[in-house]
Design a protein around this ligand. Sequence first.
Ligand code: MG
Length: 328
Amino acid sequence: MKITMSEGAGGNATAKLISGLFLKYFNSPYLHEMEDAALLPDLGKIAFTTDSFVVRPLIFKGGDIGRLAVSGTVNDLLTRGAEPKYLTAAFVLEEGLEIGILEKIVASLQKTAMEAGVEVVAGDTKVMEGSGGLIINTAGVGSVACGASLGARAIEAGDCIILSGRLGEHHAAIVSERMGIDSEITSDAAPLNKMVGTLLENGIPVHAMRDVTRGGLATILNEMAEVSGKEFLIEEEKLPVSEEVRSFAGILGLDPLYMGNEGKMAFFLARDRADDALELIRKSPYGEYAAAIGTVGDAATGGVILHTAIGGRRRLGPLYGEGLPRIC
Ligand code: MG
């Protein structure tokens, strides 16, 4: 069975799709009230974010657009020290989408939401003309318990920079699917609640976090260096990259520093607790390949400097132009 325009008309077919498919998986009592807005309990100070997902193919090795739609939004909330609580999920379906594929994706979205401890409390479905595609938007709120405001402005000279795992996996997985290349590389799409939670619960003085997504590590470091007004010194030798991704990137002329992940976090934290932090991250889910990759320098020039494996010094710029294909 395929989606037709009538599933988006707001009548019978729409109601059937919502009750027969979406409500079967999304079990939040707030959603099941079926009102026009969810009434939620007071969360105090909240973090609030939104993200849209347009990746093709919809299902890929290691994940799918549903898992991505939860992981991306949850990880963005985590970067501000928030405990993710509630999501909205808006589905823009293209005419011709197989309902079986939609169901798989909705089930995966819900499974990932449960893993991340978030509830889908409101949603929307639209159908547009097209060729069987799907776009998902999720918005998320989380409660912020910790006093300090985590963010790039809180980065201090001397901070240690820790990367939670190996670069480029999501990007390589999507590229290999799209090019029909047979590879063992799987997407790393994952919610990182436990990893971030264990650092904060153990009192690690985390100053800033950023999930390594579109544009790759080099791009997010540049964004943070600009906001913080500080210079980051990165050791090329310490960057964790799997052999599979390294050779895949080599063949295609891609640089893992500019390849996106969907389940990796860069942490900026006080140097004297860096060893403790590394141990906690490595013991948490998705953190086994974490590494300390650099430090924040004193120079007020800003920017990102890469100390290369052969002893050189290179200024790392952000990604310019198109990071193709769309990976999230
Ligand atoms: Mg982000």
